[in-house]
Design a protein around this ligand. Structure first.
Ligand code: 5RP
Length: 224
């Protein structure tokens, strides 16, 4: 099975996972990235079963609309039953690193509004300790250097994501050289840096379930 076939398989598995709980008034939270794109394409086949989606990026909103799925602003809904999204890394507690596609802030907001976060990944994303994937940190442009110096002080090696501006008009520092042993504490510490909008650690709001595509099929991993 290729990586894309694994992504396709977990997208289908996510659809099966959420389908039974959908009601005509349901709003589905939808993430960003190549795995989320496979999910959006699957979701299109059952668009008659739910009311609308909330998107975690402009790219996702555009793809959803392209399939004729209505996209609501998060402010127009009182909450979401489910959020389905990919990740760049996940650990045994289902803490995640996200933001490889730069959509971390909106992803974190939509995930926070959802009762259940279903994370869809291929097996390459499973790690014992988060941090081999460079941790994305979204920063207000004028605070870029200030935050970068703080990240160096904290043991990281920040690199500006060249030529990239987030949907919120901000910049991304990708932080290399981290071994994140206490994801919740580190997420909070990063959030407390002046000029940081969000960081890509999803530990305070981790996934509830990970559907992982492997060469032999999809594994369901629940939070311990
Ligand atoms: C985007 C994300 C994605 O979920 C993450 O980068 C995984 O992407 P892919 O499914 O393409 O591997 O956080 O900001």
């Amino acid at each position: 099975m290729t990586q894309d076939e694994m992504k396709q398989a977990v997208a289908r598995a996510a659809l099966d996972y959420i389908k039974g709980g959908l009601k005509p008034e349901s709003i589905v939270g939808v993430g960003t990235g190549s795995t989320a794109n496979f999910f959006i394409d699957e979701l299109a086949g059952i668009k008659h079963l739910f009311e609308a989606a909330v998107a975690s990026s402009e790219a996702t909103a555009e793809r959803l609309r392209g399939h004729g799925i209505p996209v609501y602003d998060l402010n127009a809904v009182t909450g979401l039953d489910t959020y389905v999204d990919g990740a760049d890394e996940f650990d045994a507690e289902l803490n995640l690193i996200k933001g490889g596609g730069g959509a971390l802030t909106r992803e974190k907001i939509v995930a926070a509004a959802a009762k259940e976060f279903v994370c869809i990944v291929d097996a390459s994303k499973q790690v014992s300790c988060l941090g081999a994937f460079p941790l994305p940190v979204e920063v207000i442009p004028m605070a870029r250097s200030l935050v970068a110096r703080e990240l160096v002080r904290m043991g990281g090696q920040p690199e500006l994501r060249e030529g990239f501006v987030t949907d919120n008009g901000n910049l991304i520092l990708d932080v290399y050289n981290l071994k994140i042993r206490d994801p919740k504490a580190f997420e909070t510490e990063l959030n407390n840096l002046v000029g940081v909008v969000t960081n890509g650690l999803f530990a305070r709001r981790a996934a509830n379930v990970v559907l992982m595509g492997t060469t032999t099929g999809v594994e369901t991993i629940k939070a311990p």
